[in-house]
Design a protein around this ligand. Structure first.
Ligand code: 0O2
Length: 213
């Protein structure tokens, strides 16, 4: 690549990433609407926290290289599904599934893939519900369907995942086995806490249907 070609590629990527940014705004609004409506109806907040991020040009280029996708933008769009991401932290496991169901049921959302690491945790103990979706954004040139990765988890799962992520990076993926065992044990403790908290919450509210409209 010449310097000029690289500059042109960066500019196209930046334009593309802006579309992903717009898509994160859309999904953030959808989630905030669900959260605020439930708060109004049930005086209870099923979603504790919503965050979104879009990969930077550099991290996208790194991932494209790692995945052997090359610099073909349509291929990058098709094959890298976590360019834009939203993370939803819920109070209880029930809320995770219910929030996901409500989002997935929306007309303009297409569900491409679901990975349920809550029902099937990763061997290290990682738990979360991952969904790859597309949703439309509307530009001056018309509609564009943008792919996003949504991660939904409980506060306890999130607490675990953020520490595990830091440890993973600190050791560059080569985490000492004693620490891996402790992490797995901590994941089990977090899962047990989720169960206990949900049970207590149900007792308080007198039934399972926290999110039942
Ligand atoms: P980051 O820094 O959070 O963006 P992929 O690697 O995305 O092509 P994969 O591994 O099949 O394909 O995707 P998966 O399993 O859906 O996981 C994608 C994301 O989930 C990761 O993104 C993490 O954010 C999170 N995740 C998955 N496994 C773990 C785990 O064991 N621990 C923690 N803390 N997070 C996990 P990135 O890009 O790997 O990382």
């Amino acid at each position: 690549f010449t310097g000029q070609e690289l500059e042109a590629l960066r500019r196209s990527l930046q334009g593309m990433l802006l579309e992903y940014k717009f898509a994160t705004r859309e999904v953030e609004t959808k989630l905030a609407v669900l959260r605020d409506e439930f708060k109004q109806l049930h005086d209870y907040n099923p979603i504790e926290h919503i965050s979104t991020r879009v990969k930077t040009v550099d991290s996208l280029l790194n991932k494209a290289e790692r995945k052997g996708v090359g610099l073909d933008l349509p291929r990058i769009r098709r094959e890298i599904t976590d360019i834009a991401g939203a993370r939803v932290t819920c109070s209880f496991v029930t809320d995770v599934y219910r929030t996901f169901d409500l989002l997935a049921a929306q007309d303009d959302i297409t569900l491409l893939e679901v990975k349920d690491y809550i029902a099937h945790p990763k061997p290290n103990g990682y738990k979360s519900l991952h969904a790859i979706i597309t949703l439309p954004i509307y530009l001056s040139s018309g509609r564009r369907d943008v792919t996003l990765e949504i991660q939904l988890r409980t506060i306890a799962m999130d607490f675990w995942a953020s520490l595990e992520h830091k440890i993973h990076y600190k050791y560059d993926g080569d985490v000492p086995s004693g620490m891996l065992a402790e992490l797995k044990d901590a994941a089990d403790t977090a899962a047990e806490l989720d169960q206990r908290m949900e049970r207590l919450h149900r007792e308080l509210h007198g039934g399972p249907g926290i999110l039942t409209a």
